[in-house]
Write a protein that binds this ligand. Structure first.
Ligand code: 9MR
Length: 559
């Protein structure tokens, strides 16, 4: 029995992982507590990987979502008018006044950021990087014609086609040659007012603008375009060359304007994505440029950086570990690998602390806006530590993070739509309003809610009585709750990364070819698993009211 500090619950964990017979409708009973029905099966991560990746197609801007790709989520193209978008004229929160610019950009396309229809370079940057990093870690896990998107069947892995949809937008946000700020990237593009809720994205809008360039956005462009240049080299050499040119120009521009920090335009209809510290973005961009070009100047830059080898769990404003991960994964840099293993150890220390009954990777003060993505970004550290050490405890821990997200948590709820007996149904999303009778479909499978937020700020969360609740319980599945229940590209990206990782790590065991199904899979499976371990899937979130916790477990057995 454990006390769980972040929720105030007292928790029993029941490990029923020895029971591996596939089936539906299982329940677990202890004393007078009975669990929700759950399923034991083999396909959790293989379907979650694809559903989590399809999130991005279903949030494309500037293109109609059509059959046979979109199903219930068919809708006309949104914001086609971003093809000709001009600069916002006004004064920012720092008192700086921004005049008109004498160019327009074709910044159509890209993904909508989240529940809103804004498009933000900093957040696009980390989301694209995360998808491309999953690919770079293991290209063989991502094939063409797997995601049912318009590009499926073109001979290029679907994950690259999807990432390119956003990469093209990031490239389009760069200030053109001949301008004073040439090479810098505009921070964001959004409307002057928040759109109503729910509402379809309009095709035309004359109230959307480019917001001023920033150093952070420019370095996000430099980093991802550098990553693009090396990945597309053998896929589409012209595109790779375009990416490299943009990356190097962005790098130079950021160095010429190292402290253009994005200020706010608080009364308008977009998120701020302000970031007062950009040394981490400089480090990340230098690493990516070095890995792509081999130019030692970039190496000199990043090794001198205060962020060198930093492996703090990443989020949109803190991107240092993206550089460290690329160094470790792409550059096979052993110091970077060691630093990530150390970060994984720190996550494990939180998870397996006595006061952490739900094995959450977050400590009480980590439950902030988008906490589920923080959890999954920590799982990326754990997964990479398994790659670098082959120590199964890291893979176990990464799996436990997924268990937390999928239902073994203080709100007895799967934060991923369609996965779990009680799962996300009412995300803060302008199209997925879950009012089919009014033309607003429910969320598609595989969308991740931001999750518990110890400082909820939206009216729906306040009405739901979340203020003052323990942080791990400060959550409501309500379309109005943008501070606890929004969805976002930078949150679904780590979900896809981790789902793809776990699918990959467990595939040799779960595939019927290697493990012929019999009545008793434990005895029938031959111990030939990757890295010498056997894994069995037991799915389903089994939680009874915060007292009794049984889990979605992946069972490890020594070969
Ligand atoms: O993810 C962002 C979170 O870290 C911030 O605390 C929050 C408030 O500024 O904004 C979040 O990002 C939102 C963005 O500003 C606008 N689009 C939706 C994003 C997710 O809620």
């Amino acid at each position: 029995m454990d006390f769980d500090g972040a929720s105030g619950d007292t928790v029993h964990r029941i490990d029923f992982s020895a029971y591996v017979t596939p089936g539906k409708g299982y329940t677990l009973e202890a004393d007078d507590h009975k669990s929700d029905p759950f399923e034991i099966g083999k396909t959790l991560y293989s379907t979650l990987k694809l559903d989590a990746l399809r999130y991005f197609y279903l949030n494309r801007s500037g293109i109609p979502l059509e059959e046979p790709y979109a199903g219930e989520w068919v809708r006309p193209a949104g914001h086609v008018s971003d093809r000709q978008v001009s600069c916002y004229v006004g004064v920012d929160s720092a008192g700086q006044s921004w005049p008109a610019c004498d160019y327009k950009l074709n910044a159509s396309g890209g993904w909508y950021d989240a529940g809103d229809y804004g498009k933000y370079v900093v957040n696009g940057g980390i989301a694209v990087w995360t998808l491309l990093n999953a690919y770079e870690r293991n290209p063989s896990a991502f094939a063409d014609a797997t995601l049912n998107i318009p590009e499926s069947g073109n001979g290029v892995p679907d994950i690259l086609d999807e990432a390119r949809w956003e990469m093209e937008f990031l490239l389009a946000m760069q200030v053109p040659e001949g301008q004073a700020l040439a090479g810098m990237a505009h921070h964001k593009l959004h409307g002057v007012k928040w759109d109503a809720m729910p509402v379809l994205p309009p095709a035309e809008s004359d109230t959307r603008f480019l917001f001023p360039p920033s150093t952070a956005a420019t370095l996000n462009l430099a980093a991802t375009a550098a990553q693009c240049a090396r990945i597309w080299k053998n896929v589409d050499a012209d595109f790779a060359a375009r990416c490299l040119t943009a990356a190097e120009k962005a790098w130079q521009a950021a160095n010429a304007h190292p402290d253009m920090l994005a200020a706010e335009f608080p009364d308008l209809g977009g998120g701020a994505y302000g970031d007062s510290k950009v040394s981490d973005e400089f480090y990340w961009a230098a690493v990516e440029l070095y890995l792509t070009t081999g130019n030692l100047d970039y190496q000199k830059f990043y090794t001198k950086s205060e962020n060198n080898l930093s492996a703090q769990a990443m989020f949109w404003a803190d991107t240092a570990s993206l550089g460290t991960i690329s160094l470790a994964v792409v550059g096979q840099d052993t110091a970077a690998q060691a630093s990530l293993v150390k970060a994984a150890d720190d996550v494990m220390a939180i998870m397996y602390a006595e006061s952490n009954g739900y094995l959450s990777p977050l400590s009480s003060n980590n439950y902030q806006w988008g906490s589920n993505a923080d959890a999954l970004n920590r799982a990326i550290m754990l997964a990479l530590a398994y790659d670098f050490t082959s120590e199964a405890r890291y893979l176990d821990a990464a799996t436990e993070v997924m268990n937390y997200v999928l239902g073994r948590n203080a709100v007895n709820f799967s934060f991923v739509s369609g996965y779990g007996t009680q799962s996300l149904e009412h995300p803060h999303h302008r199209f997925w309003g879950n009012q089919p009778e009014n033309g607003f479909p429910p969320p598609p499978l595989g969308a991740l809610s931001g999750g518990p937020n110890g400082n909820p700020t939206d009216p729906a969360a306040i009405d739901a009585g979340l203020v003052g609740k323990p942080p791990a319980k400060s959550y409501v599945d309500d379309i109005g709750s943008f501070s606890t229940n929004e969805v976002a590209i930078n949150w679904n990206a780590p979900l896809a990364w981790v789902a793809a990782y776990l699918d990959d790590a467990n595939r040799p065991i779960l595939s019927d070819e290697q493990s012929p199904a019999t009545d008793n899979p434990i005895q029938s499976i031959q111990p030939q698993a990757k890295r010498g371990f056997l894994w069995f899937a037991i799915l389903g979130g089994v939680i009874v009211s915060g007292l009794l916790v049984a889990v979605n477990i992946w069972r490890r057995r020594q070969a």
